[in-house]
Structure formats: structure tokens, C-alpha cells
Design a protein around this ligand. Structure first.
Ligand code: NAP
Length: 263
């Protein structure tokens, strides 16, 4: 299937590792010109060079913390100056800390809102007017299966990602008439560094080996295994393509069937 992504200009946030990197790679493989960011230059440089080598596509990068309200506009501006426009934006960030209610301070709540919700707002504010000018655009927010079914121990994720889902759904209404689709994609347990960290943390507090945590997670998934980042990226690549032109305002899980909801 030709996704029609050749020559499209895409921004993928928080993309030196994990899900973001897998999305950037998939879009580059489809012929898009991709700009990535993350906080650490070293990881970005490595990711960009490996993606370039694997796909033959142009990749540019900039060290940026997605919670930086003035840094995000400068980054989007730089991408537009370099490539002439911005067609696609995939918002993403690191995960908020895994804690239960009484462990979380008000400062941690604020930091998690900055990281998870406001970072998506900053990107949306910059890219949507540009996409409106071109009467074409694709915005995808990356959240979590926790927006469909809360995950025990991930209180900040369970609470704040719901707000991102509400944001995406509302933007889909506000910008649909401009040829822009906005969708939200919810990863399930996917083998990335973030999942390693969560496994380590849970193994320590339960006093069991981390392999047991991975086994426990796998057993909760109807497919009886965890996802590879590429399996997640495949859906995002489709959603930002020409072929997904009538999919708008959707919240789609890539979780192997983990969420037990009907819709
Ligand atoms: P990951 O492997 O830890 O990668 C996170 C990426 O985000 C890295 O490139 C990191 O680079 C970048 N990053 C982190 N904080 C940032 C910030 N403030 N500004 C800019 N870049 C930042 O994580 P992942 O598994 O890909 O997860 C991505 C998102 O999906 C997270 O929010 C995670 O909670 C969520 N999620 C993951 C899973 C899963 O199973 N993997 C499931 C559900 C939801 P730097 O450190 O250099 O900034």
C-alpha cells in the first residue's frame, strides 16, 4: 500500500529512543522528511544517524525539552524554515513517574501536567495554524492504554493522559474542516527503555526478578507477548498518511487486546 508520505514533512517529539524513534524510523522509511527532538543531543545524533543509514531519508534533530514553552515554537519554526512546511506532528514525551496517590506531591502533579499535557498543547499550538494554512495536516498524540483502562500504580498517567485524549478529540472537531485529522494512539506494554525501568521498579518493590514482571504483563495480554516498538509505529504511519484521510478524532489502542473495553 502506498501511504503517500513521500516528501511530507514530519515532526516526531521525544524520539531518540523507544516509541518516538520507531515512529520516526517508519515515517523516514516511507519517504517523509523527519525532524526529531529529545533532551539529550548525544542520543539524538546517534538515532538520526542510524535512521538515516537504515532508511536513506533525511533526518534533522534538535535537543529540546518538550516542556519548554518557548523552545517548542522555535523548534517548529526551524523545521518549517528548513523544509518549507510542516505536514505531520506526532506528540510524545517521557512517562511521568509511577507512583500511587499519597506518594505524589503537588509539585510532581504540576511537573506531570507540564510533561504529559502541556507539551502536547505547545506542539498543537504551533503546528495547527501552519497546517490550516496548507489545508492539510495530521496530528497524532501518543498517550497510553491507560486512557481506556487505568493501570494500577500509574496514577499520574491514568489521570493526565485522559486530558490529552480530550484535547485531541476536541482539536479533531475544531480543525477537521481544514483538512486536518487529529487522532490519539495508545500504546500497550511495548519493549522500550521506559518499560525496562518500570519492570526494574516493580521487581524491586515486589522482591522478585524482573523477568517475572515481564511474564506477568505478558500473561495479561490476549496475544501473550509484549509489543515491539515497530508494531506501534506501523499504526501511526498509517494514521498520518493519505490513506487514513477519513479517520479523525479516534483513540486507538495498540495493546495486543490488553484493554477489555468494547470500544
Ligand atoms: P523511552 O524508551 O523512555 O523513550 C523516551 C524518549 O523521550 C527518549 O527519546 C527521551 O530522550 C525522550 N524524552 C523524555 N523526556 C523528554 C522531555 N521532557 N523532552 C523531550 N524528550 C523527552 O519511552 P517510551 O517507552 O518510548 O515511551 C514514550 C511514551 O509512551 C511515554 O510517555 C510512556 O510513558 C508512554 N507509554 C509507553 C508504554 C511502553 O510500554 N513503552 C506504554 C504506554 C505508554 P531524552 O531522555 O534524551 O529526553
Amino acid at each position: 500500500m502506498d501511504l503517500g508520505l513521500k516528501g511530507r514533512v514530519a515532526i516526531v517529539a521525544a524520539a531518540s529512543k523507544g516509541l518516538g524513534r520507531a515512529v520516526a524510523t517508519e515515517l523516514a522509511r516511507e519517504g517523509a522528511q523527519v525532524a526529531i527532538c529529545a533532551r539529550h543531543a548525544e542520543g539524538l545524533e546517534r538515532a538520526a544517524s542510524e535512521i538515516r543509514k537504515a532508511t536513506g531519508s533525511e533526518i534533522c534533530w534538535q535537543a529540546l525539552d518538550v516542556t519548554d514553552a518557548s523552545g517548542v515554537p522555535k523548534f517548529v519554526d526551524a523545521v518549517e524554515k528548513r523544509y518549507g512546511r510542516v505536514d505531520i506532528c506526532v506528540t510524545n514525551a517521557g512517562g511521568p513517574p509511577a507512583k500511587t496517590f499519597l506518594e505524589i506531591s503537588p509539585e510532581e502533579w504540576r511537573a506531570a501536567v507540564d510533561l504529559t499535557l502541556l507539551s502536547a498543547v505547545y506542539f498543537a499550538r504551533e503546528v495547527l495554524p501552519r497546517m490550516r494554512k496548507n489545508q492539510w495536516g495530521r496530528l497524532v498524540t501518543i498517550t497510553s492504554m491507560s486512557v481506556k483502562q487505568p493501570v494500577d500504580g500509574l496514577l499520574l498517567s491514568n489521570s493526565i493522559r485522559a486530558a490529552v485524549t480530550g484535547l485531541a478529540r476536541t482539536l479533531a472537531n475544531e480543525f477537521g474542516a481544514d483538512g486536518i485529522t487529529v487522532n490519539n494512539v495508545c500504546p500497550g506494554y511495548t519493549l522500550t527503555e521506559r518499560l525496562d525501568e518500570l519492570a526494574e521498579q516493580q521487581a524491586k518493590s515486589a522482591g522478585i526478578p524482573r523477568e517475572k514482571i515481564f511474564e506477568r504483563w505478558s500473561s495479561q495480554v490476549p496475544l501473550r507477548r509484549l509489543a515491539k516498538p515497530e508494531e506501534f509505529a506501523a499504526l501511526v504511519a498509517f494514521l498520518v498518511s493519505e490513506r487514513a484521510s477519513y479517520i479523525n478524532g479516534a483513540t486507538i489502542a495498540v495493546d495486543g487486546g490488553w484493554t477489555r473495553s468494547l470500544l
